[in-house]
Design a protein around this ligand. Structure first.
Ligand SMILES: Nc1ncnc2c1ncn2[C@@H]1O[C@H](COP(=O)(O)OP(=O)(O)OP(=O)(O)O)[C@@H](O)[C@H]1O
Ligand SMILES: [Mg+2]
Length: 576
């Protein structure tokens, strides 16, 4: 990072916040270096000749009068091969050698190492942004495409032969400009793309209540809202582990250190169904614990989305999992208070809505600058104090995401997991995805979804009446609705993250379970109409169907269908 000659002075030191003068026209978010130790930091605000900057590091020993340098550019990160499998802080500094809670796991390759590069174009080619220069094959994991960086085009004058290169070495010359395996990008600026794509295909999470009831598309955004201990982290980890992304960027924001260490251990142990290798090899983890600088936590969200866009540009499906964005917003609030900015709602800075919007807008399905199909999907959690959805972070987030998965205290208390409330959650993608399923071999998908949700809604109403007058006072057809809704909840929506067979569920098995419960509902309703008393049907043993999710393999739709068919046969024998 080139430092300009603009030298200023430290005029005040207040913990990590320093006041600097003489930096010329430094701007907000400009990257600065401060003191004889050249401590890195970012400008938070500028008032005439004084810039207030927050440093990323411990400022002990820094005194008034020491020099400071403006760099003329915002905070950038270095993108290149070797990022996957690594654990970093919010500024993409490797955490391996740091003396923190995270033990080195041996999987993280040093980012600055050598990489085997194979060129895929010959000198003389006319190249534009995003065109393929070559491929880096790390010993493991995904093919890393080396592309012409944004903004560069022209004749390929030189390119190195296949071999092992440092990330900083020049591997090609395009129109007089050197290109290396690594490149820099300012984290707060979205990476360019040719155009947004509006066609939708599902981002399959393997979690039935999400995929069946409130599904999201590749390139979409969703947030899990829930109170203390209702299962946000577990649900996000399930999405990270089983979601069908190529690259996972996991941001732990102000989370407890041991939770992240557990997650890393789990991702290491979990083998990727596609590659047969550890899932951590296609994941990047950004860890912010409460003991790290607030500034790094604030930056981590943008670092994550920049990383995801980098892999999107190679034509991959990247997902960002951020737990929890409430901690991130708190970092913003803390920074705002340090600069004396006028607070808005509940002390959050007035630009909280626009910074949330700017983050979620970077999700999307695009035609990349090189013409590839790539996506960035964003899944976050929000932990509003007291579960209050009208609080600023929760309420603004709901405006900018495509889906909101609301966790429910009563469900969590009843150990119904995932505790996603099917009445208050929503997805703006469900109609488009119903059309996708219809075009891809499952025309009944949308019909099943609406039958299931209306069954649940009807049951919620009837339950209110049953609580007042007693179940036995309800007519047979209403009692059977309550019975069917119980089957929907227990046999379809409940899913234990700890189950061998059921931690993740394929789309085919999801459909078999959903269709099964509707067929059973039809069958019991027919029996009721034929005069079989509700109590007789309620006593029927639905056990095999309730256990089907666990007794059949994760994608064994056939077994689910045969269990259902057997039960329907026995049910029919109850007919008069
Ligand atoms: N899908 C699930 N399957 C099985 N158990 C679950 C599931 N989700 C949550 N639990 C149980 O609930 C507990 C709390 O979940 P979790 O830590 O994810 O909640 P949280 O909302 O992230 O809490 P916090 O507010 O402390 O961050 C878990 O330790 C686990 O026992
Ligand atoms: Mg949590």
């Amino acid at each position: 990072m080139g430092v300009t000659s603009e030298t200023g002075r430290v005029v005040r030191v207040n913990g990590p916040v320093v006041h600097l003068t003489g930096l010329g026209d430094a701007t907000r978010f400009e990257f600065v270096e401060v003191g004889h130790g050249r401590l890195p930091g970012e400008v938070l605000s500028v008032d005439r000749d004084t810039a207030v900057a927050e440093l990323y590091e411990y400022t002990g020993g820094l005194t008034v009068g020491e020099p400071a340098w403006a760099t003329g550019h915002p905070l950038t990160i270095e993108l290149g091969p070797g990022l996957l499998g690594g654990i970093y802080d919010g500024l993409l500094r490797p955490l391996i050698d740091a003396e923190d809670f995270l033990e080195p796991r041996g999987l993280s390759r040093p980012f600055t190492g050598r990489h085997r590069f194979e060129p895929r174009v010959a000198p003389g080619a006319d190249l534009g942004p995003g065109d393929l220069l070559g491929v880096v094959h790390p010993e493991q994991g995904l093919d890393h495409l080396v592309l012409v960086p944004p903004g560069l085009e022209g004749r390929l004058e030189e390119i190195v032969e296949g071999g092992s290169y440092l990330t900083s070495e020049t591997i090609a010359m395009i129109a007089g400009a050197p290109v290396s395996l690594a490149s820099e990008w300012p984290i707060r600026r979205p990476r360019p793309y040719r155009q947004r794509r509006h066609d939708r295909s599902p981002f399959v999470t393997g979690q039935r209540v999400l995929d069946i009831v409130e599904p999201i598309a590749m390139g979409s955004s969703a947030t899990v809202v829930g109170g203390f201990g209702e299962g946000k982290t577990m649900l996000l980890e399930q999405v990270a582990k089983w979601g069908d992304a190529d690259v996972i960027v996991y941001v732990g924001c102000g989370e407890r250190g041991n939770e992240l260490a557990d997650l890393i251990a789990e991702l290491t142990e979990l083998t990727d169904p596609v590659t047969g290798r550890s899932l951590l090899e296609r994941a990047i983890i950004l860890a912010n614990t409460s003991n790290m600088p607030v500034m790094a936590r604030e930056a981590s969200i943008y670092t994550a989305v920049t990383l995801a866009e980098y892999f999107r540009d190679m034509g991959y499906h990247a997902v960002i999992i951020a737990d929890s964005t409430s901690r991130w917003a708190e970092a913003q609030r803390e920074l705002a208070s340090r600069t004396g900015a006028l607070p808005a709602e509940q002390g959050y800075p007035a630009d909280l809505p626009s910074s949330l919007a700017a983050f979620y807008q970077r999700a999307g399905r695009v035609v990349t600058i090189g013409g590839r199909d790539g996506t960035v999907t964003i899944v976050t959690s929000v932990s509003p104090p007291g579960g209050d959805l009208t609080e600023p972070v929760a309420s603004h987030t709901q405006r900018f995401v495509q889906a909101v998965w609301v966790l429910d205290r009563d469900l969590a208390y009843a150990r119904h997991y995932p505790a996603v409330n099917w009445n208050t959650s929503f997805s703006r993608d469900s109609d488009a995805l119903a059309r996708w399923h219809a075009a891809n071999g499952d025309p009944e998908w949308g019909v099943r979804r609406s039958r299931l949700t209306s069954l649940l809604a009807q049951a919620a109403q009837l339950q209110g009446i049953a609580d007042l007058v007693g179940l036995s006072a309800l007519p047979t057809d209403e009692r059977l609705v309550l019975l069917s809704a119980r089957l929907v909840r227990e046999a379809v929506l409940q899913q234990s993250a700890l189950s061998q067979n059921d931690a993740s569920c394929s789309l085919a098995k999801q459909s078999a379970l959903a269709q099964g419960v509707l067929d059973l509902a039809d069958s019991t309703a027919a029996l009721g109409r034929a005069g079989v008393p509700a109590s007789v049907i309620e006593e029927f043993d639905f056990g095999p169907f309730l256990r089907a999710k666990d007794t059949t393999g994760p994608s064994d739709a056939v077994a689910v269908r045969s269990i259902t068919a057997d039960l329907i046969d026995s049910l029919e024998r109850l007919a008069p």
